[in-house]
Write a protein that binds this ligand. Structure first.
Ligand code: ZN
Length: 126
């Protein structure tokens, strides 16, 4: 799943750095394993994700939520070091980032799930 979902769910750790690290990475694994987001990532999707993610961080001031993105940051570093071939071949570092043949979600379904996770996270954190 994309950053918005991970930030929203990591938000439940109440901006505690240790809790955000542990819960953010456990929830990252669960979300990536169960959700098959819209692909391929395109410029529109990157802009959308960046605007919502930055707005979320500025609104909640839950800066430790970024620890929930750690697996994606590590994976991006791995791809940068190993080359784009590992991305194209699917030979990624984390098993939950590998494609297992599941049905790819539409853009609409991906955004709907992210919005639902954002609303749930914001309601729980109130
Ligand atoms: Zn991920």
């Amino acid at each position: 799943m994309y950053p918005i979902a991970h930030l929203a769910v990591t938000n439940l750790a109440h901006n505690n750095p240790i809790a955000s690290l542990i819960w953010g990475n456990i929830s990252h694994w669960i979300i990536d394993e169960t959700c098959s987001e819209y692909r391929p990532m395109n410029v529109l999707m990157i802009i959308y994700e960046a605007i919502i993610a930055i707005s979320f961080l500025l609104y909640t001031k839950c800066w430790w939520c970024v620890l929930g993105l750690l697996p994606d940051v590590i994976e991006a570093g791995y791809v940068a070091i190993k080359g784009i071939e590992v991305w194209n071949s699917g030979e990624l570092l984390f098993w939950f980032h590998k494609y297992h043949g599941e049905a790819i979600w539409s853009f609409k379904k991906t955004v709907m799930v992210e919005v639902i996770l954002l609303i749930i996270a914001m309601l729980i954190r109130r």
